[in-house]
Design a protein around this ligand. Structure first.
Ligand code: 5GP
Ligand code: ZN
Length: 113
């Protein structure tokens, strides 16, 4: 069995606040939110990050989850989608995840000052 925390969260081996899921992807609340809305979209299978060879259907399922989270969380004014890949980008959990952040005006910059 995998020791990966996001594998366990996405497959209900550890309870968490799931916002939306489909067959291939799960969206749950980030444990340490950095915006009023901060949800993580992850594949149910283990991939390290966007450098992995991820099947098209999995990417489509993740994209569908993004659209559904935006609807459920009422992010019609806008949101940011971020995926850190590798240590230099600050990736701390080595299971692919897309951060959805919103619920406030995030400004125009991509990187913090
Ligand atoms: P990274 O830095 O890898 O892009 O982002 C990892 C994210 O996962 C962080 O925002 C962190 O708060 C979140 N996180 C780490 N461990 C857990 C956990 O056990 N549960 C949840 N829900 N989020 C986690
Ligand atoms: Zn995993």
């Amino acid at each position: 069995m995998s020791d990966c925390i996001f594998c366990k969260l996405a497959n209900h081996e550890i309870p968490t606040n799931v916002v939306y899921e489909n067959d291939l992807a799960c969206a749950f609340e980030d444990a340490e939110p950095q915006a009023p809305v901060h949800v993580l979209v992850v594949p149910k299978k283990h991939y390290v990050n966007m450098t992995d060879d991820i099947p098209a259907e999995t990417l489509a399922a993740m994209a569908e989850a993004v659209r559904e989270v935006a609807r459920i969380k009422d992010l019609g004014d806008g949101f940011r989608l971020i995926s850190n890949a590798g240590a230099a980008a600050g990736q701390t959990v080595m299971h692919l995840h897309w951060h959805i952040m919103g619920g406030k005006n995030l400004g125009e910059g991509l990187l913090p000052e």
